[in-house]
Write a protein that binds this ligand. Structure first.
Ligand code: ADP
Ligand code: MG
Length: 255
């Protein structure tokens, strides 16, 4: 479904990603963990085809995403939903307009029809459709994040959802809500998710396979057991502050 093959990339002359390779099969999910500035958001930009690697390739569904004609690139992108860091809603649009944005812009559906779909999607993300006429600033951070997820789902009917730091800045209850929603996507809609985060404790509860990136290099790619057993000094150093949450999760999942 998604394959990065020996990707090197940077901004201006500064190299950010070094020889990054990993792949994700259809329906599979992956957490990409790593410290701030290690290149996580950059990987998502490359998967969306917003930038192209200096060398190496990014394949979506077997197609190299770089060098495609714009129209075809848009077709490929339709399979991918993206929830950016902080949600990024349009401030001056109502919640209904935000959620239905893609349908308003790219289809000839009637307003009443789009409203209907937006309402259904808000219910899916456990929000009261009563908020349809409100502005983003009237909602809490956790609710805004769920509106952003509803918008991504309605935009593209994605097979893959990319989440950049989905729980950053949220309180514990809102974090729980967003994580439950991501689980629901995986289970009920069978959508592959890639979650990028530096909040490891949350990440461990969301997927079964992990990539750890340090300073633009992949230092780990495997499952929870392999992660715990890893003798790679970079991985041990990175995970040290989270040992407790790892054993918590392992207990809950396997005992
Ligand atoms: N648009 C940009 N222009 C120049 N440098 C950038 C840009 N975006 C990110 N960087 C740099 O690339 C590195 C990786 O950034 P990023 O992928 O956002 O890391 P992460 O998401 O892991 O925190 C950082 O050093 C950052 O400063
Ligand atoms: Mg980032």
């Amino acid at each position: 479904m998604i394959r990065l093959d020996k990707v090197n990339f940077g901004y201006n002359t500064e190299q950010v990603l070094h020889d990054v390779s990993f792949h994700i099969k259809p329906g599979e999910s992956r957490i990409i963990m790593g410290g701030s500035g290690s290149g996580k958001s950059t990987i998502l930009r490359l998967i969306l085809g917003l930038d192209c690697p200096w060398s190496g390739e990014v394949y979506i569904d077997g197609e190299n995403i770089c060098g495609q004609k714009l129209k075809h690139l848009q077709e490929i992108r339709k399979q991918i939903g993206m929830v950016f860091q902080e949600g990024a809603l349009f401030d001056s649009m109502t919640i209904a307009e935000n959620v239905g944005y893609y349908l308003f812009e790219h289809t000839k559906k009637k307003e009443s029809e789009i409203e209907q779909e937006a309402r259904r999607m808000l219910e899916f993300v456990d929000l009261d459709p009563g908020i349809m006429d409100k502005l983003p600033e009237e909602l809490s951070g956790g609710m805004r994040r769920r509106v952003a997820i509803a918008r991504a789902l309605l935009s593209t009917r994605p097979k893959i959802m990319l989440f950049d730091e989905p729980t950053t800045g949220l309180d514990p209850q809102a974090t729980k809500n967003v994580m439950n929603l991501i689980r629901k996507l995986r289970k009920e809609e069978n959508i592959a998710v890639i979650i990028v985060t530096h909040q490891i404790a949350d990440a461990l509860k969301l997927a079964d396979k992990f990539v750890v990136i340090q300073k633009g290099r992949i230092v780990f790619d495997g499952d929870m057991d392999e992660l715990r057993g890893s003798e790679n000094p970079e991985v041990i150093k990175f995970l040290a502050p989270f040992r407790e949450s790892i054993s918590d999760v392992v207990k809950r999942n396997f005992v």
